[in-house]
Design a protein around this ligand. Structure first.
Ligand code: ADP
Length: 490
């Protein structure tokens, strides 16, 4: 099949979180299975250009209609660790992708609406007619809308659209100006509850809702999250829309790219290790301690890796840090926050524990360093308020780092409690708590740290159980192909 991914992230060139990993990993799996896959991305100025091979101008004169005129764009092509990527660069006074950041700009709605329009215009003008276009999150929600309302009439009748919801928290609320800018116009048509009108703010358009309504199939990133967004209040106001379109909604657990995340072949680690050579993991623990100036002591290391966002359970991460330090455990954190208040909170904690030989907070985004943290720690916490899928617990399992998670979304689909899971012991792989409060996370930490000290042999077994799991793209890759074939043949 001929597949095109249109996305705002692709690891490692443009990665903010799991979306980037998914776009890269899924594309690789689909190619391994004999499909032709191309990825279309914005040409941000903050791309990791060192990770693009053979970047060259491939399409010079792309004119993208915008408001009453058109914006001139150049299209570049390059390989990102073997993946074929096209990068769209607009030349205009808006400087849409020259902001030194991926997101968080006042005109994000326009930046990504333009990206959707430019991606389709590029496909039209360069004669690309894929079987399926796969797009992701609110940033590309307009793709199926534009395809159906404009581009199919210009000749793009063939492509079907699969739309994946990675996180319902951000939906891309915008206004009427986007209709004028993109040429959709027809105010009354789109400001309609069955189309793009936001379910609560009737004066706003909702780009994610547009994606859900117009796509041929909608997926989200774990079966549990699919259930939660349909049956609980965790849908940020999109419950009714999802219910109406439930026949084309499915939950597919994300995979992990084991070419990138595998302690046996990980070139970022001082010492590779595997199931059969678990002791070598402790050389990485030693290296992590050296890197973070932690003391060498007979203590486990608990880590947190991820965005520092309300969703991720900031109060519980903070409580876990204090609890660990008071209970014979070292604590390391690798994270950044786009939110000023949360960022400030962690900078204060960092200052507070600056001289503590058992604690280190690394407040930056550092892909390479994250590999060492996964490998060097013995436990990882993921105390999210909600979590569509979560990759950190799955990566950690592969690295023999026991996850301690809250039972929500994809975390509940992948982590099975050492003491209470409804599974045989060899399938249990971590610690799970339900209540989103200090007592909840304490109960799980208490059991995890207690097991490490009192029954190291059982802790080791639990670690090995986790390493046995296969969360590769193998199964999800097949699920996505089934969906692509289903919508192509419909
Ligand atoms: P989300 O998509 O909500 O951010 P996920 O758990 O799905 O969360 O994916 C997070 C991804 O981003 C993982 O690959 C994780 O290792 C990576 N990551 C998050 N924060 C950092 C950071 N500060 N430095 C390096 N990698 C990070």
């Amino acid at each position: 099949m001929y597949l095109v991914q249109i996305a705002s992230e692709c690891a490692p060139v443009a990665k903010v979180g799991g979306l980037g990993d998914v776009v890269f990993g899924l594309s690789r799996e689909l190619e391994i299975r004999g499909n032709s896959v191309e990825i279309i991305l914005p040409k941000y100025d903050c791309l990791r250009y060192d990770q693009i091979y053979g970047l060259q101008l491939t399409f010079q004169d792309l004119w993208v209609p915008w408001h009453n005129g058109a914006i001139h764009c150049s299209v570049y092509f390059g390989f990102v660790h073997g993946r074929k990527c096209f990068f769209l660069e607009p030349h205009s006074e808006h400087h849409f992708f020259h902001r030194r950041v991926f997101y968080g700009q006042h005109d994000d709605d326009q930046r990504f609406a333009f990206f959707c329009k430019a991606a389709l215009e590029f496909m039209l003008q360069s004669g690309k007619h894929p079987d399926v276009i796969h797009c992701h999150d609110w940033q590309t929600g307009l793709v199926p809308v534009l395809l159906y309302e404009i581009y199919q009439h210009a000749g793009m009748r063939h492509p079907r659209v699969c739309y994946t919801l990675h996180n319902l928290q951000h939906q891309g609320l915008t206004g009427e100006h986007i209709l004028r800018a993109t040429g959709l116009n027809r105010h009354a048509h789109f400001f309609h509850p069955d189309r793009l009108q936001d379910n609560f703010n009737h004066a706003a358009l909702n780009l994610m809702k547009g994606g859900i309504v117009y796509a041929n199939f909608v997926t989200t990133v774990s079966p549990r999250y699919a259930w939660e967004i349909l049956n609980t209040s965790h849908n940020f106001g999109l419950g009714h829309t999802l219910y109406v379109h439930r026949a084309k909604l499915g939950g597919i657990l994300n995979g992990v790219d084991y070419e990138v995340w595998n302690p046996e072949i990980d070139r970022h680690l001082p010492r590779p290790y595997s199931l059969n050579h678990l002791d070598a993991k402790y050389e990485n623990k030693h290296a992590l301690r050296q890197r973070f100036w932690l003391q060498d002591a007979y203590k486990p290391i608990v880590c947190y890796i991820g965005r520092l966002d309300h969703q991720k359970g900031v109060p519980l991460i903070t409580h876990a840090l204090h609890y660990c330090l008071q209970h014979g455990t070292q604590f390391v954190l690798l994270g950044t926050s786009p939110n000023g208040g949360i960022g400030h909170h962690f900078w204060r904690l960092k200052q507070l524990y600056n001289d503590n030989p058992d604690c280190h907070l690394e407040l930056s985004f550092n892909e390479e360093l994250s590999h060492l943290v996964y490998a060097g720690a013995e436990m990882i916490i993921v105390p999210s308020l909600f979590e569509p899928c979560g990759l950190t617990q799955m990566i950690a399992l592969k690295y023999g780092t026991v996850p301690i998670v809250r039972a929500t979304g994809g975390l509940a689909d992948t982590v099975f409690d050492a003491n209470y899971a409804d599974r045989p012991y060899h399938e249990r792989n971590g610690f799970v708590f339900n209540d989103y409060n200090n007592t909840g996370i304490e109960s799980a930490l208490h059991r995890a740290i207690g097991l490490w000290y009192a029954y190291p042999q059982y802790f080791r077994e639990l670690t090995l159980n986790g390493m046995h799991y296969d969360f590769s793209w193998n199964h999800p890759g097949q699920h996505y192909l089934n969906i692509y074939e289903y919508i192509r043949d419909k």
